[in-house]
Design a protein around this ligand. Structure first.
Ligand SMILES: *Cc1c(COP(=O)(O)O)cnc(C)c1O
Length: 230
């Protein structure tokens, strides 16, 4: 199937999942995760109406970005950011969805200032289980990280992100999604400031994530097909 046809199907699935819980499908941002796919795939997605794209490696994105820099899209880093790549990341992305430490936040803030780039949108990646990922902040450390980020004038804290463990049955991911929502609500109250975004849900579990309040879903395979490299 073509990327355009995949996107049309995905949009219907988003709308149905949203409807089940009284939400509107168009309130959910579709982030096309284009890692390992060529710039041409991004153009196809863009032509079909996708306006947010995610990549997980600064290096790979540097090459591809040059080929799609004319598009009026929002570029997200969804993978872990290494501290020696903050300067390049500040120039190449509008949003860092995977911030997970105060020291990285400070480096990133300095890099944005230095590049005289506009304020960078950031989400804090939360690690909700030891088997899911190596990256992400522990829930107990989340308030401290959020407070550190709020003190940095070049970063705009918008919400949380998580990657649950992979389950064949997406229902099993539901507790992780609801946990992220609870953490977001708690943190918003504590900070006295609304954190609107919840980036959660990938190709195999995005409908459950939407039912649990996802505002951004990150889809690779469902839009672009199987990746050849992991
Ligand atoms: C690759 C990736 C995705 C997309 O994964 P699919 O299962 O192909 O939809 C989403 N989020 C992150 C952080 C990724 O690295």
């Amino acid at each position: 199937m073509s990327i355009a046809a995949n996107i049309e199907q995905v949009r219907e699935r988003i709308a149905r999942a949203a409807e089940r819980v009284g939400r509107r499908g168009n309130a959910i941002t579709l982030v096309g995760v284009s890692k390992t796919f060529p710039a041409a795939a991004i153009r196809e997605g863009y032509a079909a109406g996708v306006r947010h794209f995610g990549e997980n490696r600064v290096q790979e994105w540097e090459t591809k970005h040059a080929q799609v820099a004319d598009l009026d899209a929002t570029w997200h880093l969804v993978g872990h950011l290494q501290s020696n790549k903050t300067r390049r990341a500040a120039r190449l992305f509008h949003a860092i969805d995977s911030l997970d430490s105060p020291s990285l936040a400070r480096k990133l803030n300095d890099a944005v200032a230095e590049a005289e780039a506009s304020r960078l949108t950031v989400l804090l990646e939360v690690r909700l289980s030891p088997e899911s990922t190596k990256t992400g902040v522990e829930a107990a450390e989340l308030p401290r990280l959020a407070e550190a980020v709020l003190a940095l004038s070049h970063l705009n804290l918008r919400g949380l992100m998580t990657i649950p463990p992979f389950f064949d049955d997406p229902e099993l991911a539901r507790p992780y999604f609801s946990k992220l929502r609870e953490l977001r609500d708690e943190l918003s109250r504590r900070l006295g400031r609304e954190l609107p975004e919840l980036s959660m849900g990938m190709s195999h579990d995005f409908e459950v994530a939407i039912e649990e309040g996802a505002t951004q879903i990150r889809l690779g395979t469902a839009l672009f097909g199987e990746r050849k490299t992991p």
